[in-house]
Design a protein around this ligand. Structure first.
Ligand code: CUA
Length: 367
Protein backbone atom coordinates (compact mmCIF):
# COMPACT_ATOMS: atom_id res chain seq x y z
CA UNK A 1 0.00 0.00 0.00
CA UNK A 2 2.81 2.42 0.99
CA UNK A 3 4.65 2.02 -2.27
CA UNK A 4 1.69 2.63 -4.56
CA UNK A 5 1.94 6.48 -4.74
CA UNK A 6 5.65 6.29 -5.75
CA UNK A 7 4.91 3.48 -8.13
CA UNK A 8 2.32 5.49 -9.98
CA UNK A 9 4.16 8.87 -9.95
CA UNK A 10 7.76 8.12 -10.99
CA UNK A 11 7.30 5.93 -14.06
CA UNK A 12 4.78 8.43 -15.38
CA UNK A 13 7.30 11.29 -15.04
CA UNK A 14 10.02 9.30 -16.81
CA UNK A 15 7.76 8.20 -19.62
CA UNK A 16 6.55 11.78 -20.12
CA UNK A 17 10.01 12.86 -21.35
CA UNK A 18 9.54 13.87 -25.01
CA UNK A 19 11.42 11.66 -27.48
CA UNK A 20 13.41 14.65 -28.77
CA UNK A 21 14.62 15.38 -25.22
CA UNK A 22 15.68 11.76 -24.67
CA UNK A 23 17.67 11.87 -27.91
CA UNK A 24 19.53 15.04 -26.92
CA UNK A 25 22.59 13.30 -25.40
CA UNK A 26 23.03 11.25 -28.59
CA UNK A 27 22.70 14.36 -30.75
CA UNK A 28 25.23 16.25 -28.63
CA UNK A 29 27.68 13.34 -28.82
CA UNK A 30 27.44 13.42 -32.64
CA UNK A 31 27.97 17.21 -32.85
CA UNK A 32 31.79 17.14 -32.39
CA UNK A 33 32.10 14.63 -35.25
CA UNK A 34 30.04 16.90 -37.50
CA UNK A 35 32.16 19.85 -36.40
CA UNK A 36 35.39 17.96 -37.23
CA UNK A 37 34.01 17.33 -40.72
CA UNK A 38 33.34 21.06 -41.13
CA UNK A 39 36.86 21.88 -39.91
CA UNK A 40 38.38 19.82 -42.69
CA UNK A 41 37.37 22.73 -44.97
CA UNK A 42 39.42 25.23 -42.94
CA UNK A 43 42.49 25.40 -45.15
CA UNK A 44 43.33 27.93 -47.81
CA UNK A 45 44.08 31.55 -48.51
CA UNK A 46 42.42 32.89 -45.36
CA UNK A 47 42.56 30.49 -42.44
CA UNK A 48 44.15 30.50 -39.00
CA UNK A 49 44.24 26.70 -39.20
CA UNK A 50 46.55 26.73 -42.24
CA UNK A 51 49.55 28.55 -40.75
CA UNK A 52 52.31 29.82 -43.06
CA UNK A 53 54.57 31.33 -40.41
CA UNK A 54 55.65 30.96 -36.77
CA UNK A 55 53.11 33.44 -35.36
CA UNK A 56 50.17 31.71 -36.98
CA UNK A 57 51.62 28.34 -35.88
CA UNK A 58 51.57 29.42 -32.22
CA UNK A 59 47.96 30.54 -32.62
CA UNK A 60 46.92 27.36 -34.45
CA UNK A 61 48.63 25.23 -31.77
CA UNK A 62 46.70 26.83 -28.89
CA UNK A 63 43.50 26.67 -30.96
CA UNK A 64 43.85 22.90 -31.46
CA UNK A 65 44.91 22.42 -27.84
CA UNK A 66 41.75 24.16 -26.62
CA UNK A 67 39.64 22.38 -29.20
CA UNK A 68 40.73 18.87 -28.10
CA UNK A 69 40.55 19.63 -24.37
CA UNK A 70 37.10 21.23 -24.65
CA UNK A 71 35.82 18.55 -27.04
CA UNK A 72 36.92 15.87 -24.54
CA UNK A 73 35.14 17.70 -21.70
CA UNK A 74 32.03 18.07 -23.84
CA UNK A 75 32.02 14.35 -24.64
CA UNK A 76 32.56 13.37 -20.98
CA UNK A 77 29.75 15.65 -19.79
CA UNK A 78 27.35 14.43 -22.47
CA UNK A 79 28.21 10.77 -21.84
CA UNK A 80 27.65 11.28 -18.10
CA UNK A 81 24.34 12.97 -18.84
CA UNK A 82 23.31 10.11 -21.13
CA UNK A 83 24.23 7.49 -18.50
CA UNK A 84 22.40 9.44 -15.78
CA UNK A 85 19.28 9.74 -17.96
CA UNK A 86 19.38 6.03 -18.77
CA UNK A 87 19.86 5.01 -15.10
CA UNK A 88 17.10 7.32 -13.99
CA UNK A 89 14.71 5.70 -16.44
CA UNK A 90 15.85 2.19 -15.50
CA UNK A 91 15.46 2.88 -11.78
CA UNK A 92 12.06 4.50 -12.27
CA UNK A 93 10.86 1.23 -13.77
CA UNK A 94 11.89 -0.74 -10.73
CA UNK A 95 9.90 -0.30 -7.56
CA UNK A 96 12.73 -1.24 -5.25
CA UNK A 97 15.13 1.19 -6.91
CA UNK A 98 12.59 3.96 -7.03
CA UNK A 99 12.41 3.70 -3.25
CA UNK A 100 16.16 4.06 -3.06
CA UNK A 101 16.03 7.11 -5.32
CA UNK A 102 13.59 8.79 -3.01
CA UNK A 103 15.58 7.81 0.10
CA UNK A 104 19.25 7.95 -0.91
CA UNK A 105 21.52 6.15 1.52
CA UNK A 106 24.50 7.82 3.21
CA UNK A 107 26.95 5.90 1.01
CA UNK A 108 25.52 7.22 -2.27
CA UNK A 109 25.39 10.79 -0.91
CA UNK A 110 29.05 10.53 0.03
CA UNK A 111 29.90 9.18 -3.43
CA UNK A 112 28.00 12.06 -5.01
CA UNK A 113 29.84 14.68 -2.91
CA UNK A 114 33.20 13.14 -3.77
CA UNK A 115 32.28 13.17 -7.45
CA UNK A 116 31.25 16.85 -7.40
CA UNK A 117 34.39 17.86 -5.44
CA UNK A 118 36.61 15.94 -7.89
CA UNK A 119 34.89 17.64 -10.85
CA UNK A 120 35.55 21.07 -9.31
CA UNK A 121 39.24 20.26 -8.70
CA UNK A 122 39.68 18.92 -12.26
CA UNK A 123 37.91 21.99 -13.72
CA UNK A 124 40.20 24.39 -11.84
CA UNK A 125 43.25 22.34 -12.91
CA UNK A 126 42.20 22.43 -16.59
CA UNK A 127 41.54 26.19 -16.45
CA UNK A 128 45.00 26.62 -14.94
CA UNK A 129 46.57 24.59 -17.79
CA UNK A 130 44.74 26.76 -20.36
CA UNK A 131 45.90 29.93 -18.57
CA UNK A 132 49.56 28.82 -18.63
CA UNK A 133 49.24 27.77 -22.28
CA UNK A 134 47.74 31.15 -23.20
CA UNK A 135 50.51 32.99 -21.35
CA UNK A 136 53.24 30.96 -23.11
CA UNK A 137 51.62 31.57 -26.51
CA UNK A 138 51.57 35.32 -25.81
CA UNK A 139 55.29 35.21 -25.02
CA UNK A 140 56.06 33.19 -28.17
CA UNK A 141 54.16 35.72 -30.28
CA UNK A 142 56.52 38.43 -29.06
CA UNK A 143 59.68 36.45 -29.85
CA UNK A 144 59.92 37.75 -33.46
CA UNK A 145 59.94 41.35 -32.18
CA UNK A 146 63.03 40.52 -30.11
CA UNK A 147 64.89 39.08 -33.10
CA UNK A 148 68.28 40.75 -33.67
CA UNK A 149 67.87 40.81 -37.45
CA UNK A 150 66.85 44.12 -39.00
CA UNK A 151 63.26 43.66 -40.18
CA UNK A 152 61.70 44.84 -43.42
CA UNK A 153 59.52 47.68 -42.16
CA UNK A 154 56.20 48.44 -43.83
CA UNK A 155 53.93 51.30 -42.77
CA UNK A 156 50.25 50.52 -43.13
CA UNK A 157 47.58 53.20 -42.94
CA UNK A 158 43.99 52.03 -42.67
CA UNK A 159 41.54 54.28 -44.51
CA UNK A 160 37.80 53.99 -45.07
CA UNK A 161 37.97 51.54 -46.91
CA UNK A 162 41.36 50.61 -48.24
CA UNK A 163 44.96 50.12 -47.13
CA UNK A 164 47.87 52.43 -47.92
CA UNK A 165 51.19 50.57 -47.90
CA UNK A 166 54.60 52.23 -47.61
CA UNK A 167 57.91 50.37 -47.52
CA UNK A 168 60.37 52.21 -45.29
CA UNK A 169 63.96 52.66 -46.41
CA UNK A 170 66.93 54.66 -45.11
CA UNK A 171 67.15 56.23 -48.58
CA UNK A 172 63.94 58.16 -49.39
CA UNK A 173 64.40 57.40 -53.11
CA UNK A 174 64.07 53.68 -52.31
CA UNK A 175 60.77 53.97 -50.46
CA UNK A 176 57.81 52.35 -52.21
CA UNK A 177 54.14 53.32 -51.90
CA UNK A 178 51.31 51.07 -53.03
CA UNK A 179 47.83 49.97 -51.99
CA UNK A 180 45.99 46.86 -50.84
CA UNK A 181 48.66 44.37 -52.01
CA UNK A 182 51.67 43.62 -49.82
CA UNK A 183 54.67 41.71 -51.15
CA UNK A 184 57.03 40.17 -48.60
CA UNK A 185 60.09 37.92 -48.94
CA UNK A 186 59.81 34.42 -47.45
CA UNK A 187 61.98 33.85 -44.39
CA UNK A 188 62.51 37.52 -43.54
CA UNK A 189 61.06 39.17 -40.44
CA UNK A 190 58.60 41.89 -41.42
CA UNK A 191 57.57 44.65 -39.06
CA UNK A 192 54.26 46.35 -39.76
CA UNK A 193 53.73 49.81 -38.30
CA UNK A 194 49.99 50.35 -38.24
CA UNK A 195 48.07 53.59 -38.00
CA UNK A 196 44.72 55.08 -38.95
CA UNK A 197 43.66 58.59 -39.82
CA UNK A 198 39.92 58.05 -39.47
CA UNK A 199 38.38 55.26 -37.37
CA UNK A 200 39.61 52.04 -35.74
CA UNK A 201 40.49 49.28 -38.21
CA UNK A 202 42.10 45.91 -37.56
CA UNK A 203 44.88 44.31 -39.60
CA UNK A 204 44.42 40.56 -39.90
CA UNK A 205 46.11 37.96 -42.11
CA UNK A 206 44.94 34.70 -40.47
CA UNK A 207 47.57 32.53 -42.22
CA UNK A 208 50.37 34.68 -40.78
CA UNK A 209 49.27 36.22 -37.48
CA UNK A 210 46.40 37.32 -35.24
CA UNK A 211 44.69 40.69 -35.35
CA UNK A 212 46.25 44.07 -34.54
CA UNK A 213 44.07 47.15 -34.20
CA UNK A 214 44.86 50.43 -35.97
CA UNK A 215 43.98 53.17 -33.53
CA UNK A 216 43.79 56.82 -34.69
CA UNK A 217 46.60 58.85 -33.09
CA UNK A 218 48.66 55.80 -32.15
CA UNK A 219 51.19 53.68 -34.06
CA UNK A 220 50.84 49.97 -33.31
CA UNK A 221 53.42 47.40 -34.40
CA UNK A 222 53.23 43.74 -35.27
CA UNK A 223 55.81 41.30 -36.60
CA UNK A 224 55.34 38.42 -39.01
CA UNK A 225 57.43 35.99 -40.99
CA UNK A 226 56.20 33.83 -43.84
CA UNK A 227 57.96 30.47 -43.98
CA UNK A 228 56.55 29.37 -47.32
CA UNK A 229 55.53 31.17 -50.51
CA UNK A 230 51.84 31.77 -51.00
CA UNK A 231 49.07 34.26 -51.56
CA UNK A 232 47.23 35.04 -48.34
CA UNK A 233 44.08 37.07 -47.97
CA UNK A 234 43.86 39.67 -45.24
CA UNK A 235 40.78 41.45 -43.99
CA UNK A 236 39.91 44.40 -41.79
CA UNK A 237 38.64 42.74 -38.63
CA UNK A 238 37.09 45.69 -36.81
CA UNK A 239 33.78 47.17 -37.94
CA UNK A 240 34.76 50.52 -39.49
CA UNK A 241 31.67 51.65 -41.34
CA UNK A 242 29.45 50.86 -44.29
CA UNK A 243 32.09 49.09 -46.41
CA UNK A 244 33.99 47.29 -43.64
CA UNK A 245 33.41 43.96 -45.39
CA UNK A 246 35.03 45.37 -48.56
CA UNK A 247 38.28 46.30 -46.85
CA UNK A 248 40.46 43.37 -47.80
CA UNK A 249 44.08 43.09 -48.87
CA UNK A 250 46.42 40.43 -50.19
CA UNK A 251 49.83 39.34 -48.96
CA UNK A 252 52.14 37.80 -51.56
CA UNK A 253 54.91 35.82 -49.86
CA UNK A 254 57.58 35.19 -52.48
CA UNK A 255 61.23 34.22 -52.74
CA UNK A 256 63.86 36.87 -52.04
CA UNK A 257 64.66 37.05 -55.80
CA UNK A 258 60.99 37.49 -56.82
CA UNK A 259 60.54 40.12 -54.12
CA UNK A 260 63.58 42.05 -55.39
CA UNK A 261 62.24 42.05 -58.96
CA UNK A 262 58.86 43.34 -57.74
CA UNK A 263 60.43 45.95 -55.47
CA UNK A 264 62.78 47.31 -58.15
CA UNK A 265 59.84 47.61 -60.56
CA UNK A 266 57.87 49.57 -57.95
CA UNK A 267 60.75 52.03 -57.55
CA UNK A 268 60.40 53.16 -61.15
CA UNK A 269 58.02 55.98 -62.06
CA UNK A 270 55.19 55.41 -64.48
CA UNK A 271 56.36 54.48 -67.95
CA UNK A 272 56.14 57.27 -70.55
CA UNK A 273 53.09 56.99 -72.79
CA UNK A 274 54.31 54.96 -75.74
CA UNK A 275 51.62 55.95 -78.27
CA UNK A 276 48.92 58.54 -78.93
CA UNK A 277 46.18 56.41 -77.35
CA UNK A 278 48.11 56.15 -74.06
CA UNK A 279 49.00 59.85 -74.24
CA UNK A 280 45.29 60.61 -74.63
CA UNK A 281 44.51 58.37 -71.65
CA UNK A 282 47.08 60.20 -69.56
CA UNK A 283 45.59 63.52 -70.63
CA UNK A 284 42.10 62.34 -69.60
CA UNK A 285 43.51 61.40 -66.20
CA UNK A 286 45.27 64.75 -65.75
CA UNK A 287 42.25 66.84 -66.82
CA UNK A 288 39.51 65.01 -64.91
CA UNK A 289 38.80 64.55 -61.20
CA UNK A 290 41.29 61.60 -61.05
CA UNK A 291 44.25 63.91 -60.53
CA UNK A 292 42.68 65.44 -57.40
CA UNK A 293 42.92 62.23 -55.38
CA UNK A 294 45.46 59.85 -56.92
CA UNK A 295 49.21 59.86 -57.34
CA UNK A 296 51.10 58.59 -60.37
CA UNK A 297 54.82 58.84 -59.73
CA UNK A 298 56.63 60.69 -62.54
CA UNK A 299 53.57 62.75 -63.53
CA UNK A 300 51.81 65.83 -62.13
CA UNK A 301 49.29 63.64 -60.28
CA UNK A 302 50.19 63.76 -56.59
CA UNK A 303 46.89 63.23 -54.71
CA UNK A 304 46.89 61.24 -51.49
CA UNK A 305 43.15 60.79 -50.90
CA UNK A 306 42.93 57.55 -52.90
CA UNK A 307 45.38 54.76 -53.69
CA UNK A 308 48.69 55.42 -55.49
CA UNK A 309 48.15 54.30 -59.10
CA UNK A 310 51.77 54.32 -60.35
CA UNK A 311 51.66 50.54 -60.86
CA UNK A 312 47.92 49.87 -60.73
CA UNK A 313 48.13 47.72 -63.87
CA UNK A 314 50.26 45.17 -62.02
CA UNK A 315 47.77 44.61 -59.20
CA UNK A 316 45.40 41.64 -59.10
CA UNK A 317 42.43 43.41 -57.56
CA UNK A 318 41.00 46.91 -57.22
CA UNK A 319 38.91 48.64 -54.53
CA UNK A 320 40.60 46.78 -51.64
CA UNK A 321 39.96 43.29 -52.93
CA UNK A 322 36.39 44.04 -54.03
CA UNK A 323 36.90 43.39 -57.77
CA UNK A 324 39.36 41.53 -59.96
CA UNK A 325 41.54 44.01 -61.84
CA UNK A 326 40.00 43.47 -65.29
CA UNK A 327 39.27 46.08 -67.96
CA UNK A 328 35.54 45.61 -67.48
CA UNK A 329 35.65 46.03 -63.72
CA UNK A 330 37.97 49.01 -63.98
CA UNK A 331 35.52 50.67 -66.40
CA UNK A 332 32.55 50.05 -64.07
CA UNK A 333 34.55 51.35 -61.13
CA UNK A 334 35.61 54.57 -62.89
CA UNK A 335 32.12 55.31 -64.25
CA UNK A 336 30.19 54.71 -61.01
CA UNK A 337 32.10 53.25 -58.09
CA UNK A 338 29.21 54.19 -55.79
CA UNK A 339 27.08 51.49 -57.42
CA UNK A 340 29.74 48.91 -56.45
CA UNK A 341 30.95 50.17 -53.07
CA UNK A 342 28.49 52.80 -51.82
CA UNK A 343 29.95 55.41 -49.51
CA UNK A 344 33.53 55.28 -50.79
CA UNK A 345 35.14 58.65 -51.52
CA UNK A 346 35.38 58.32 -55.31
CA UNK A 347 32.81 60.36 -57.27
CA UNK A 348 31.16 59.08 -60.48
CA UNK A 349 33.04 59.95 -63.69
CA UNK A 350 30.67 60.17 -66.66
CA UNK A 351 33.28 59.86 -69.43
CA UNK A 352 32.45 59.33 -73.10
CA UNK A 353 33.38 55.99 -74.66
CA UNK A 354 36.56 57.26 -76.39
CA UNK A 355 37.92 58.98 -73.28
CA UNK A 356 37.07 56.00 -71.10
CA UNK A 357 38.76 53.60 -73.55
CA UNK A 358 41.92 55.72 -73.63
CA UNK A 359 41.95 56.06 -69.82
CA UNK A 360 41.57 52.30 -69.41
CA UNK A 361 44.45 51.68 -71.86
CA UNK A 362 46.60 54.14 -69.91
CA UNK A 363 45.81 52.69 -66.46
CA UNK A 364 46.33 49.12 -67.65
CA UNK A 365 49.72 50.12 -69.08
CA UNK A 366 50.89 51.18 -65.61
CA UNK A 367 52.57 47.91 -64.74
CU1 CUA B 1 38.41 48.89 -41.73
CU2 CUA B 1 36.74 47.37 -40.95
Amino acid sequence: MNSSPHKSRLPTRASKLPTAYRLLPTVFCLLPSAFCLLLSGCVGAQSSLDPAGPQAQHIARIWWQMFFILAAIFLIVMTTLAIATWRRRASANSEAESQSVLKPDVGSEWRMSTLVASAVVITVFILFILLISSFLTGRSLHSLAESNLKPLTIDITGQQWWWQIKYENDMPSRMVTTANEIHIPVGRVVQFKLKSNDVIHSFWVPNLHGKTDLIPGHIAATWIRADRPGIFRGQCAEFCGHQHAHMAFTVFAETEAQFKVWYDAQLLGAAASANTQLARGQQVFMTSTCIMCHRIQGTDAGGAVGPDLTHVGSRQTIAAGTLQNTRDNLAKWILDSQAIKPGNRMPPNPLNAEDLGALLDYLQSLK
